[in-house]
Design a protein around this ligand. Sequence first.
Ligand code: SF4
Ligand code: SF4
Length: 168
Amino acid sequence: MQENNSCAPLIRVKTENVDQQDTPEGRFPDLKMSFLPLLCNHCSHPPCVDVCPPGALAKREDGPVILDKEVCDGCEICIEACPFDAILYNPEKEKAEKCNLCVHRIDRGLEPFCVICCEGQAIHFGDLSDPDSEVSQILTKKEAILLENPEGVEPSVYYCPPRAPRGL
Ligand code: SF4
Ligand code: SF4
């Protein structure tokens, strides 16, 4: 099922391992593979919004940073402004594209599609301002970190430490 009108080969969540794409490190049987999903951080003070000349990008009051494709003129200024490489240029549509946090789903009380389809159930979504929410509870129990970020941007995506490796 295609969500959010993504256009192959463009994707919303990039997954990379440390050195070489899809190649484990080490020698058998001591193999290790690390993945870091890179996505829009839905920053509290998003520089992409500040630089967009026609105002196609906006920060919603409930958190998501959204891109209005009808307003975007494809100038690509936001791509340079985003410290997380979270905005892509779609040459077919001549527009910028980014994760809109599936607002078409969360406005209907559903979770973003990445949360639903993640095989390892590694992605959690919720309200960080609510101390009782599942995501707030996770952050009280795990030493989650933010990706390195410029001062004042305040990303909203936290990364928990990796689980212990599974034995073969
Ligand atoms: S991660 Fe990039 S695209 Fe997403 S809100 Fe922050 S600056 Fe904008
Ligand atoms: S590419 Fe689109 S969203 Fe990005 S700055 Fe230009 S008009 Fe705004």
